[in-house]
Design a protein. Structure first.
Length: 102
């Protein structure tokens, strides 16, 4: 009976030691996998930051182009209005001249 008790105690002790060893080994593997995943996430975030910076630059360029087109359209509208006034003035002068000749 003493031999069975000794075998049981040694078996239990060995199970505890092997269980703890497996736990620490898995914890190290889990930590390395976690570090690898964090590195991938960080690389993804850096990529997204770069893309955001490029999009911001594009947006600035598009906004500047739109503002330039607005200025050109305002100038052309002003030019058209001035031309329309000049044409109206000329028509008035020709009409008055035509009336004075009759």
């Amino acid at each position: 009976m003493e031999v069975t008790v000794i075998i049981a105690v040694v078996g239990t002790g060995a199970a505890v030691v092997f269980g703890y060893a497996a736990f620490t080994r898995n914890a190290k593997q889990d930590n390395s996998a976690l570090v690898q995943q964090l590195a991938q996430i960080q690389a993804g975030l850096e990529f997204l930051k770069q893309q955001l910076a490029e999009l911001s630059l594009r947006q600035t360029r598009v906004t500047e182009a739109v503002e330039e087109l607005k200025r050109e359209m305002a100038l052309s509208k002003a030019d058209r209005e001035n031309l329309r006034r000049d044409v109206d003035w000329a028509h008035d002068k020709f009409r008055k001249l035509d009336e004075s000749v009759r």
